[in-house]
Design a protein around this ligand. Structure first.
Ligand code: HSE
Length: 331
């Protein structure tokens, strides 16, 4: 399996580290080595058909700010010049246009390559087009880490819970908002809590996307399309963020033994992101940066999962899980 990694920021580097950490495991499981044949950041790339050393790529990026010596202006031209089997698309997310990630995924699928991505923009804006391309060109297309990072949700619903009639999914889908709201529970001001979430590396490049609920809305769209078989896009979601949540509202909720949490909800008829009152102690009332989801099913009843919604190695763990599914030849 020859891998092209597009995007060598936090998650791209995390995936390289995870591949290095699981080298023996993957060799034992598949009887051959996995090779990174190309890694691209926003301006440079390194390529070698014999394979690049993952930890050397990370060290070079850390030392020089660049993953390779070669520069480029058009990512697609680089992709077209490399022989690879799988694109791991982890370039920065653009939820307005889909950005370079959309271009890269389209190009890979059009050329019959398998794709793993955690890039929310292309999935939230062009889901049905990309799924259609993957089907037409018989490619595997996986995106577990795009919702909830390391928290299993998409593959859990589509694989383990495949026989269930899933009625709804409600969840904490944005760690930044959850962190801010839990800090507000303790009397910390909104702006200070946001600054801390940014310092921890949880917030999006533009934190407006977190606090206005847009990031959670992208995830709601991905869940709706991939699990409920809907054909919706970002503009279909009813979105209310947490900007208008005051210290007084948080205190009033607390006096009634409640907390306020930003909840994304998806069902056959619902597509919503909004702040909700949650009883203290409820699985969706948790504090900190964790994500959580409650899946309501007809046979199994409620299934609740929680986990890290972001993070270098945590998000890379979801990519590894998708990678193993592809290597195992699961659809
Ligand atoms: N900004 C996102 C969050 C990162 O806070 O959850 C993961 O998508």
């Amino acid at each position: 399996m020859r891998i092209l990694i597009a995007g060598f920021g936090t998650v791209g580097q995390g995936f390289a580290e995870v591949l290095a950490a699981r080298k023996e495991f993957l060799r034992n499981r598949y009887g051959k080595d996995v090779r990174i044949v190309c890694a691209m950041d926003s301006k440079t790339f390194a390529a070698d058909p014999k394979g690049l050393e993952p930890l050397e790529l990370v060290a070079t990026k850390k030392a020089t700010g660049k993953v390779g010596k070669e520069t480029y202006t058009d990512s697609v031209k680089v992709m077209d010049s490399v022989e690879y089997d799988l694109l791991v698309e982890v370039s920065p997310t653009d939820i307005k246009t889909g950005g370079v990630g959309l271009k890269n995924i389209r190009n890979a699928l059009e050329h019959g390559k398998d794709v793993i991505t955690v890039n929310k923009g292309p999935l939230a804006l062009n889901f049905s087009e990309l799924i259609g391309l993957a089907k037409k060109n018989k490619c595997k297309f996986r995106f577990e880490g795009s919702v909830g990072g390391a928290m299993p949700i998409i593959n859990l619903c589509r694989e383990n819970l495949v026989g269930e009639n899933i009625k709804s999914i409600r969840g904490i889908l944005n760690g930044t908002c959850n962190y801010i709201l839990s800090k507000m529970d303790n009397g910390q001001p909104f702006e200070q809590a946001l600054k801390e979430a940014q310092q921890m590396g949880y917030a999006e490049t533009d934190p407006t996307n977190d606090v206005e609920g847009y990031d959670a809305a992208c995830k709601v769209v991905i869940l709706a399309n991939s699990i409920f078989g809907r054909n919706v896009t970002f503009s279909d979601v009813n979105i209310t963020g947490i900007r208008s949540i005051t210290a007084e509202a948080v205190a009033l909720a607390s006096s009634h033994n409640m907390v306020i949490r930003l909840i994304g909800e998806v069902s056959d008829t619902k597509l919503e992101v909004s702040p909700r009152l949650i009883p203290k102690g409820h699985p969706l009332g948790l504090s900190g940066t964790l994500n959580a989801a409650q899946i309501t099913t007809d046979l199994a009843g409620p299934v609740t999962v929680t986990g890290h919604g972001a993070g270098r190695i945590e998000t890379a763990s979801a990519i590894l899980s998708d990678f193993i599914s592809i290597m195992d030849d699961r659809d």
